[in-house]
Design a protein around this ligand. Structure first.
Ligand code: SF4
Length: 495
């Protein structure tokens, strides 16, 4: 099998990014190498997202484009993995008969064996979770994670080379059943991973150079694991992680406002490695809409939590998610979302036009009755408001000094380097010079430094600001100094 080429494309949230990373790790152990050329690959895997129809359409279009290459090369294996595979396996195989492998997010550790089976039998292989039952409570299930942990555990052998930032899963699934959301159906019930396994994985990543770890969970703050007869909550996990030598920064996404205890805020205040940043989806600023969405908090409770976070964790920034055009959303209800954004002054928000998902409560019981053009205009209005707020808050940082983890060359510098290489110029990154990093509060900063600084924490004075980016200059040298690594992408997750 040595030298087989693997193409993997990831759609959706950070959870999928991590899943793809772990699948790649498993296949690397079996001799696969990654390729960027989809049509030339021996195995093509599309890691799918089901949160919006648009994401599923994109996956189908990608799969459709594989029909021709597959017809020319019968031995090519085409696989659909992730949430869409779990949600609609029959629809996928009916529409895309050339698909060989369909694997849900809870079964990804079976992919190497499935590929071997397909190579031997030339028959389609399916792996879907057969137990999405919620007979037990989350706390009872807190001891049951071991049975599904093999994919996460395989990471110990899967990562090659150094890594600067990494995701670590602490929890799978979700029990909230927001009426619009497909995640509880595709990723199953909420299960928390044993703290010992998490800390072991964090130590392994730090040994490989990781400075920043982002803990992932669909509702990460509801993490709870039974250990020796007592419950370990999320705040205790943060305390344990803070003790890992060599780790510089701890982040976590995504938090659920309904479950957010002051113990987590106290940990954010007291632990030097936990960054002052909270991604806290609101979804709407209207109590009536929140009730229809079955979010388990009111606008007042959300605002009180935001105020308490600002009080307890000095300098904290908050980001949020909003859905516009949810079933029956009136102009007045949308105006309440605008008021909430104005009131909370988020660092940034992700805005999504409501997209009906089959099988959800909203799809069964409510009408997707807000016209598309109204959704579009509400989307733009909310984003315009946030852009103004982001610009104002970023300008407020002019002249201040912020600590930045140098992640790598900025996109513009990368493009410049590629064209230099294409022209055969010998001008390197040091000359193009612009690097990018993030503050502890998750603000993106672009600044000139010399090559060899990637992976270092540096002090940057802010000299320019747009709504999305700060620009700066290095002040007086390096705060911490160690290894070189790579940049991980960051995207939105449910919650
Ligand atoms: S939106 Fe978040 S909290 Fe609600 S069901 Fe989906 S994953 Fe769970």
């Amino acid at each position: 099998m040595t030298g087989k080429r693997l193409y993997i494309e990831t759609m959706g949230c950070q959870m999928n990014v991590l899943d793809s990373e772990l699948v790649v790790g498993q296949l690397r152990q079996r001799g696969y190498v990654r390729t960027d050329e989809m049509a030339d690959a021996d195995v093509v895997l599309i890691n799918t997202c089901s949160v919006r129809q648009h994401a599923e359409d994109k996956a189908l279009s990608r799969l459709g484009s594989l029909k021709k290459p597959k017809s020319r090369r019968a031995d090519m294996i085409v696989g659909v993995i992730g949430c869409m595979a779990e949600r609609d396996p029959d629809g996928i195989t009916r529409k895309m008969p050339h698909v060989d492998l369909v694997c849900g997010p809870g079964e990804l550790n079976r992919i190497p064996a499935m590929i071997e089976e397909i190579q031997t039998t030339r028959r389609r292989a399916l792996a879907l979770s057969d137990d999405h039952s919620r007979k037990s409570t989350p706390l009872q299930r807190a001891t049951e994670y071991d049975s599904v942990e093999s994919l996460d555990s395989s990471r110990t052998y899967g990562i090659e080379g150094t890594v600067l930032q990494a995701y670590v899963r602490v929890q799978r699934g979700c029990d909230k059943f927001c009426t619009f959301c497909v995640v509880p159906f595709t990723r199953g019930p909420e299960r928390s991973r044993p703290p010992g396994a998490i800390i072991d994985e964090v130590r392994m990543l730090v040994d490989r150079g990781a400075k920043e770890i982002t803990l992932l969970g669909q509702t990460v703050n509801s993490y709870m694991h039974q250990e020796d007869g007592r419950a370990v909550p999320f705040s205790e996990l943060l305390y344990r992680m803070n003790g890992v030598a060599g780790l510089e920064r701890i982040r976590f996404v995504t938090s659920y406002a309904g479950d957010f205890g002051d113990d987590v805020l106290a940990a954010m205040r007291d632990l030097d490695k936990v960054c002052e940043y909270l991604h806290l989806p609101a979804q709407s600023g209207s109590d009536a809409v929140l009730r229809r969405m079955r979010r388990q908090y009111s606008v007042r409770q959300y605002v009180e939590l935001v105020d308490r976070a600002r009080e307890m964790v000095p300098g904290i920034t908050l980001a949020s998610d909003f859905i516009v055009g949810f079933c029956g959303e009136t102009d007045a209800e949308f105006a309440e979302s605008l008021s909430l954004v104005e009131r909370c002054r988020f660092k940034n928000i992700f805005v999504f036009k409501y997209s009906e998902r089959p099988g959800t409560v909203a799809a069964k019981r409510s009408n997707d009755d807000v016209p598309e053009e109204v959704k579009r205009s509400r989307n733009q209005e909310l984003l315009r408001l946030q852009e103004r707020i982001s610009l104002e808050t970023n300008r407020g940082l002019l002249g201040q000094t912020v600590e930045v983890l140098v992640e790598g060359p900025s996109k513009r510098a990368q493009k410049a380097q590629i064209s230099e290489q294409e022209r055969g110029d010998e001008v390197g990154m040091a000359e193009t010079g612009q690097f990018v990093g993030r503050t502890r509060t998750d603000r993106i900063v672009v600044f000139p430094v010399e090559t060899g600084m990637v992976g270092r924490l540096v002090d940057i004075r802010v000299i320019g600001a747009t709504a999305l980016t700060l620009h700066g200059r290095m002040v007086d040298g390096v705060v911490a100094d160690e290894s070189v690594g790579q940049l991980s992408p960051v995207a939105a997750i449910a919650g």
